[in-house]
Design a binder for this molecule. Structure first.
Ligand code: ZN
Ligand code: MN
Length: 136
């Protein structure tokens, strides 16, 4: 589900023009941008935007469950405005992250749960994307 300004307002936060630009960039974004990516994109329209504003806004959105932080890129945190559970393909060459449309019916036997109450799961398929395969 894409993040909307509506949802943002519901969370009781002041919607500054800078934050709106960050939200607009994230809404429907399927590229799983890093904080640096978001910063680069919004700085074009807001040259005075600081990286700290972008970083803090992303952290705040994450805390409020409006974006998901992905750990599949070892170099930097990546953010996903699609908070519906889904899995990812990750390129080990260029770190491209692509959504998987397939849903997997994953269950754990009670013996494997170690007493955990299971809340979710996330599969990362790693490999080389078409662009990186061509470069080899
Ligand atoms: Zn690649
Ligand atoms: Mn995703």
């Amino acid at each position: 589900m894409a993040l909307s300004q509506e949802q943002y307002r519901e969370s009781g936060l002041k919607l500054t023009p800078q934050r709106m630009a960050i939200l607009a960039y994230l809404e429907g974004n399927i590229l799983h941008p890093s904080a640096e990516d978001v910063f680069r994109a919004v700085r074009r329209r807001f040259p005075t935007m600081s990286f700290a504003t972008v970083y803090n806004t992303l952290e705040m959105l994450k805390k409020r469950g409006k974006v998901v932080e992905l750990t599949g890129d070892p170099d930097k945190k990546r953010f996903d405005p699609n908070i519906r559970p889904h899995h990812h393909l990750i390129c080990t060459g260029c770190r491209k992250i692509v959504d998987l449309k397939t849903e997997f019916n994953l269950t754990l036997k009670a013996a494997d749960q170690a007493g955990f109450q299971i809340m979710g799961n996330h599969i990362e398929f790693t490999g080389l994307c078409p662009d990186c395969q061509r470069k080899r």
